[in-house]
Design a binder for this molecule. Structure first.
Ligand code: HEM
Length: 330
């Protein structure tokens, strides 16, 4: 039985890591795999810690209450991806502002598209600079592949933008929705606040990823052959949506699956997908969440919601299910 991604039914979209099958997908994925391996990502921990600490300092120095989404959840992934791609510090503001605008649901589609174009142009210009003066970052590594003829320049630029988009909203949502879930489970929040055991924090990150299963749009695939599942026939060419929550809340895999239990072994969840397209940035996402969850509630032990939870607005339309804004006080 086999599935493919949807490039065949949208033949005019450019070939990206997300919409190609092997062997094209294998080539694209190999060209960016190395910087996302555990050892390389772990080396970023001090930089991620500094980013998180600085943002918490700024939040504490600003007005109370604050919106956790704009104060911490959105800037953490955008600053971390800037670090990964090698965005020079003087360009951070432009990069971060446009990254946030691409995902800002209060803007019109045209405004968001304009921010997307500005970002693409920016990554394109930066890529040219990295070709001339390589640094120790992902864009420079892709530059070396382009010079070796293993990758087209436009593929490298699209990959840079794809990383930003794939890693921004998802990680931001896990920071804000994860905090909200912990507010609703004060016993679990207390466990996290009081633990200084990195293994416990790592497990807590996986349990929150499982419990929240934020990618609500489902994984989209096309059947390559006729498939028989549970007495149903799926015909070759049929579109399929794989629901990640169904797998993550399967009581046979996770007993009492509806319960948020930070002590349960949850590493085998499917929140990052499954198979060849499984999330490229999962080690980075885990690192960011480990740093945020082990820092925020310990540094701000009185952190609590500043508005009744039933008054919050939730976003059901994006790739990731999330909260529109999260007012917090301390
Ligand atoms: C909590 C945060 C994140 C979640 C829940 C998440 C979830 C996912 C899921 C479910 C997929 C599979 C899509 C599919 O099979 O169709 C995926 C793919 C992907 N993710 Fe993530 N992601 C997260 C963070 C990141 C980060 C930080 C990056 C990069 C900086 C990233 C980059 C990617 C890329 C490039 C793909 C496509 C991989 C491929 O098609 O081979 N993601 N992600």
């Amino acid at each position: 039985m086999s599935f493919g991604v949807c490039a065949a039914i949208a033949p005019h979209t450019p070939k990206l890591i997300t919409n190609t099958d092997a062997p094209e997908h294998t080539r694209l994925r190999r060209s960016v795999n190395a910087p996302f391996l555990v050892k390389r990502i772990e080396a970023m921990r001090p930089a991620v810690q500094r980013i998180v600490d600085d943002l918490i300092d700024e939040m504490l120095a600003g007005p109370n209450p604050a919106d956790l989404l704009t104060a911490l959840a959105l800037p953490v992934p955008s600053l971390v991806i800037a670090e990964l791609l090698g965005v020079p510090y003087e360009d951070h503001e432009l990069f971060q502002e446009n990254s946030n605008r691409v995902l800002d649901s209060s803007l019109t589609a045209d405004e968001a598209a304009e921010a997307g174009r500005a970002l693409s142009t920016y990554v394109g210009t930066l890529f040219q600079r990295k070709l001339a003066e390589p640094g120790d970052d992902v864009l420079s590594e892709m530059g070396a592949k382009v010079r070796a003829g293993e990758m087209a320049p436009q593929e490298a630029i699209s990959m840079g933008v794809a990383m930003l988009i794939a890693g921004h909203e998802t990680t931001a949502t896990m920071i804000s929705l994860g905090t909200l879930a912990l507010f609703e489970h004060p016993d679990q929040l207390a466990l996290l606040r009081e633990s200084d055991d990195p293994k416990f924090v790592n497990g807590a990150v996986d349990e929150l990823l499982r419990h929240l299963s934020i990618v609500h749009s489902g994984l989209r695939r096309v059947a390559k052959d006729d498939i028989e599942i549970g007495g149903q026939t799926i015909r070759q060419g049929d579109g399929l949506l794989f629901d990640l929550q169904a797998a993550n809340w399967d009581p046979e895999a996770f007993p009492e699956s509806e319960r948020l239990d930070l002590t349960r072994p949850a590493r085998q969840h499917n929140a990052f997908g499954y198979g060849p397209h499984q999330c490229l940035g999962q080690n980075l996402a885990r690192l960011e969440l480990q740093v945020v969850y082990s820092t925020l509630y310990r540094r701000v032990p009185t952190l609590r919601p500043a508005a009744p939870i039933d008054r919050l607005t939730f976003n059901h339309t994006g790739t990731a299910y999330g909260v529109g804004c999260l007012p917090v006080t301390w």
